[in-house]
Design a binder for this molecule. Sequence first.
Ligand code: ADP
Ligand code: MG
Length: 478
Amino acid sequence: MEKYAVEVWDNCLKVIKDNINYQSFKTWFLPIKAIKLKDQVLTIQVPSQFFYEWLEEHYIGLLKKTIKKELGSDGRLEYSIIVDSSEQDPGPYTVNIPTGIKNSTTNPSVSMPIDINKGTSKEIPNPFIIPGLKKISINSQLIESYSFDNFIEGDCNRLARSAGYAVANNPGKTAFNPLLIYSSTGLGKTHLAHAIGLQVKANFPEKTVLYVTADQFMSQFIDSVRNNNQNDFIHFYQIIDVLIIDDIYHLAGKEKTQDVFFHIFNHLHQKSSQIILTSDKAPVEMKGIEPRLLSRFKWGLSADLQVPDLETRIAILQKKLYNDGIQIPPEVVEYLAYSINSNIRELEGAYISLLAQSSLNKKTITLELARQMIDKFVKNTSREISIDYIQKVVCDYFNIPVEMIHTKTRKRDIVQARQLSMYFSKKHTKASLASIGLHCGNKDHATVLHACRTVTNLVETDKQFRLFVEELDKRIKL
Ligand code: ADP
Ligand code: MG
């Protein structure tokens, strides 16, 4: 029985790992231990009350989804919290909770019944309402905390923010339709998109606002095709007043979904409904998106978000602290903001790790603690290597344009560059095989696996090839 709990939890971890950044995964999920599985109830042991609360606040949706996936719709999760009974001598904290821990040291009373049918993010409230009905209530899927109030303004985001604000005050009626917000990851696209949606709802309660990720849109569409109610799907989207689609670039290569989106887009635009899109690529770089869609994206405004400067980073952290009701010395805030300068999500990750560290070790937050943490943190994460970067290094090395990797060509040197990109992506990133395939010429996971094997075999058998690979490896890690 016990082994089974561990297995189930391991499976959950695999999914969770794919869905959050590695630092958060390490901080919040690795210390958890599965201890029991009985009657579809999985009990996990967490190191402290703080942990439990943090998980509940930030990862509830993800946990629900994964538990449902593993245990079916009756699946539930219970927490067992280790109660600190060693006030006198906290000792060094270890994440390896001793096995066979007695019941008296744990507090199994906190349980979170998972109501699987509510609120998991994939299940957008049945989108298939009867067309013609005027007033419907749909779940906008907006996250309250992603408000304009919480979105700190800086030079990095001024244009996008003020365009967003204008749109929120006058949806569909400004020149910014569609509004396309783009930036690299972790710089606030999703936050800003929600902020606009929330502001519209505040200004115009009668308007229907819907936030969906491009992935949700796509899977709803696929379901509708399967269930033969495509028309209902289209009708549903056509009645939305403000449609927000996050990470639109995920539709790359999905021709059917793009096609249906094209029709919805035209309809909405024509009746002056507002469309807001986000993308991690500028329109010119969106490969795999049909030209007729791309040209429509350019009808409105494309605004990018840049990396925030130090002042803005400090202000962002201060706002977070304030919202979380947490006080840490200003020099620590500055130190964090100074050290983590590439991406706001990472900055938040560092801040959260610091909180966790201090809570687990029962140490107050000092500059010294922050230094120790940042040292580790920066080593672990800020040198994260991306698939794009790997492709660039590989292609530069062979002197071929990066675009060639994304084409269908079977030319030998391109195939090799593609395979090497896949191999190094597997080696140096945490991306799944499927995701690597998608980014390297829209291939499936089997192709990636095959590429990795081919490269490994060649490294073992071909000396010249091995030298190539070693040299490339060095450049990538530089
Ligand atoms: P993206 O969608 O571009 O990857 P997100 O919108 O998810 O980025 O932002 C990452 C994190 O950074 C979120 O927690 C968000 O609240 C925070 N964030 C981004 N920009 C700002 C900002 N200007 N002010 C406050 N928080 C921000
Ligand atoms: Mg986002």
